[in-house]
Design a protein around this ligand. Structure first.
Ligand SMILES: Nc1ncnc2c1ncn2[C@@H]1O[C@H](COP(=O)(O)OP(=O)(O)OP(=O)(O)O)[C@@H](O)[C@H]1O
Length: 255
């Protein structure tokens, strides 16, 4: 596919750290659900390797934005680009393939399979991608070790604490080694200290691998871990307050 001129320009911008992640872009995206206009001409750019927080009041379109980036929702009009691929123009099966290989998704409640063990949950996306079970098991264990959960690998996830379960969900999102992580209120179901631990772990891990991350959150504290904040109101960008890397709580938390 021919490189998109806008994305090429985006990669050249010096504030982007140029990790192995992919640039993301929404151009003039409109999404309507019945009478509700969820996104109204939303345009957003995220550089490769950037960690961006999406904030805004309830109903401002945060989850809808994430669904568009994940290729789970095709906008009524406008364009969604992941790397050089215009995801919004892909047929369903190609969008599914892209999601399985490039995009890790983390939801508020983890969406783990409760009757499976931690390691079984983490290896599932690899099985879906056709990887043989012994290889998938080794990779899943490596991720659980990285998140210091290897001693919980054979526990049914219904027996794990909220923080442990969300770290298992993080391992499952990252086991495919995605170039993009999309997280929707990843700490919303956790108490504050546990939520901060999980957020720190998540941001440290994606930064170490250069993964591009878009994190939807209600909490300004969570947004402070990001390189940049995109604030939505009524389905469009309100402004982009500077947060994160220069001395605010994100930096303190990483020291
Ligand atoms: N499947 C749907 N059917 C109908 N309306 C929807 C649907 N999904 C979202 N909406 C509406 O679109 C608007 C944007 O919803 P969205 O979930 O993207 O907002 P949000 O900022 O993520 O909100 P919250 O913080 O409460 O999760 C809201 O008015 C919501 O009610």
């Amino acid at each position: 596919m021919r490189p998109d001129a806008g994305i090429t320009a985006l990669e050249g911008r010096e504030e982007h750290r140029g990790g192995s992640g992919l640039a993301l872009r929404l151009d003039d995206v409109h999404v309507r659900f019945g009478d509700t206009q969820a996104l109204r001409g939303l345009s957003v750019e995220v550089g490769p390797g950037e960690v961006v927080a999406v904030t805004g009041p309830s109903g401002s379109g945060k989850s809808t934005l994430l669904l568009c980036l994940a290729g789970l929702l095709v906008p009524d009009t406008g364009r969604v680009t992941v790397g050089y691929t215009v995801v919004s123009s892909l047929p369903d099966d190609a969008r599914t393939r892209m999601r399985r290989s490039e995009i890790g998704v983390l939801f508020q409640f983890g969406e783990l399979v409760p009757e499976l063990t931690a390691v079984e949950n983490v290896l599932l996306p690899l099985l879906f991608s056709g990887i043989r079970r012994p290889v998938a098991h080794d990779r899943a264990m490596a991720w659980l070790r990285r998140l210091r959960l290897d001693d919980r690998a054979d526990e049914q996830v219904s027996g794990l604490s909220g923080g442990e379960a969300q770290r298992v969900a993080l391992a499952r999102a990252l086991v495919i080694e995605p170039t993009v992580l999309l997280a929707d209120e990843p700490t919303g179901a956790l108490d504050t200290p546990t939520g901060q631990l999980v957020m720190r772990e998540m941001v440290d891990t994606v930064r170490a691998s250069g993964t591009t991350a878009v994190i939807v959150t209600h909490e300004s504290r969570v947004a402070a871990y990001a390189d940049r904040e995109i604030h939505l109101r009524d389905g469009a960008v309100l402004g982009e307050p500077a947060v994160g890397r220069s001395g605010l709580p994100g930096s303190a938390a990483r020291s």
